[in-house]
Design a protein around this ligand. Structure first.
Ligand code: KG4
Ligand code: ZN
Length: 340
């Protein structure tokens, strides 16, 4: 008989407090995400100290509510997983301390999970997840990485951003266009107002070999266009947004194609917040058809930060024999250092 494993997952690396219950047999039981957006919007970005305090306030009541509405008691839990990094130190600590306290009280293991491993594995929350190996494009607010996923726990970073992450470039460009934070989805909506653009922005780093990315130059390019042009109509702004989005995504497509040629892997997974973007999904779908490789993405809710992916990874690690760790957070933490 398979080992019983019911895991509570806690995610608190940035500005979402999230909790989830994942069962090895039944899959995801339930999850909840609370966004601190209203708290940070007036500042135009996440304020780390406010984020940490809010996680500390919200997390325990969210766990209570999650267990309560699923008629699960604390003693039914077999383990707790929490995001141990990368992320904001104070925010990570509030989740880690709560997980450690619960684990101590209940006498069950608590497992620190790498946030990006969560994003890599979020696709396993969906029906028909991909077989290994797969190539993962992780595009979030803090990270842009191309990763060869050989097996659970075996990750090789093939390329990364040398400056801004894709989501960060979207957020900063959206701000230049006068859109509210976080700008990614707003920029996508603005760009969708036009079918094409009079602007043609450069595709950064595509003429150089390798799989690294750079997006800060593109954002500066937009700033220069806006400065030269002066005030713009909504339609003109939409054309700038459209050209920016095309340039970013064409670059991602070119690098993904290169990674496939290099690795001969036959499946692509898109993860991270920007993976919710429909234009990116369409472009990657086209690439996958042209290369005849499979493509998988988590549903939009599991592309952005969530605890379901943390509970899933914690559950797998416990099934693989991981033992409880002392409270550990790693605000910076390379994915390639993980062990299977
Ligand atoms: O994965 P995530 O929720 O948090 C991090 O780990 O960073 O990603 C958030 C990022 C933000 O930069 C947000 O603007 C971007 O993902 N994002 C999008 C879209 N939805 C979220 N960017 C472009 N288009 C979208 N539809
Ligand atoms: Zn994330």
């Amino acid at each position: 008989m398979a080992k019983r494993m019911l895991v509570l997952g806690v995610e608190s690396s940035c500005d979402e407090t999230a909790v989830a219950l994942y069962d090895a047999d039944r899959g995801l039981i339930d999850h909840d995400i609370y966004s601190q957006l209203d708290l940070h919007t007036v500042f135009g970005g996440v304020v780390p100290e406010l984020a940490a305090r809010d996680h500390a306030r919200k997390c325990a009541p969210m766990i209570e509510a999650l267990l309560g509405r699923n008629h699960i008691k604390y003693i039914d839990l077999d383990g707790i997983s929490y995001t141990s990094g990368p992320g904001l130190a104070g925010a990570l600590l509030s989740g880690a301390c709560l997980a450690a306290a619960l684990s101590d009280r209940l006498g069950i293991p608590s497992i620190g999970v790498h946030h990006l491993e969560g994003h890599l594995m979020a696709v396993h929350l969906e029906p028909n997840p991909p077989a290994y190996p797969f190539l993962a494009l992780l595009v979030s607010g803090g990270h842009t990485q191309l990763v060869a996923v050989r097996a659970f726990g075996e990750y090789e970073t093939l390329g990364t951003t040398v400056d801004d992450a894709v989501g960060e470039a979207f957020d900063k460009t959206a701000q230049l266009l006068g859109l509210p934070y976080p700008g990614g989805p707003q920029l996508e909506a603005l760009a969708a107002k036009v079918k094409q653009s009079a602007y043609a922005f450069p595709r950064p780093m595509v003429d150089r070999p390798g799989l690294d990315f750079s997006f800060s130059g593109l954002k500066t390019h937009v700033a220069n266009v806006l400065r030269r042009h002066g005030s713009m109509t909504l339609e003109e702004k939409a054309e700038v947004a459209h050209a920016f989005q095309e340039a970013v995504f064409d670059t991602l497509v070119i690098k993904c194609r290169r990674a496939f040629e290099q690795t001969h892997i036959e499946r692509l997974v898109i993860g991270g917040g920007v993976g919710a973007n429909q234009v990116l999904r369409r472009k990657m779908q086209d690439l996958a058809s042209r290369l005849d490789v499979g493509i998988h993405y988590p549903s939009a809710i599991f592309c952005t930060d969530n605890a379901a992916m943390i509970a899933y990874v914690g559950c797998q690690r416990l099934l693989h024999g991981a033992i409880s760790s002392t409270i550990r957070i790693h605000p910076r933490m390379p994915l390639d250092d993980l062990e299977p």
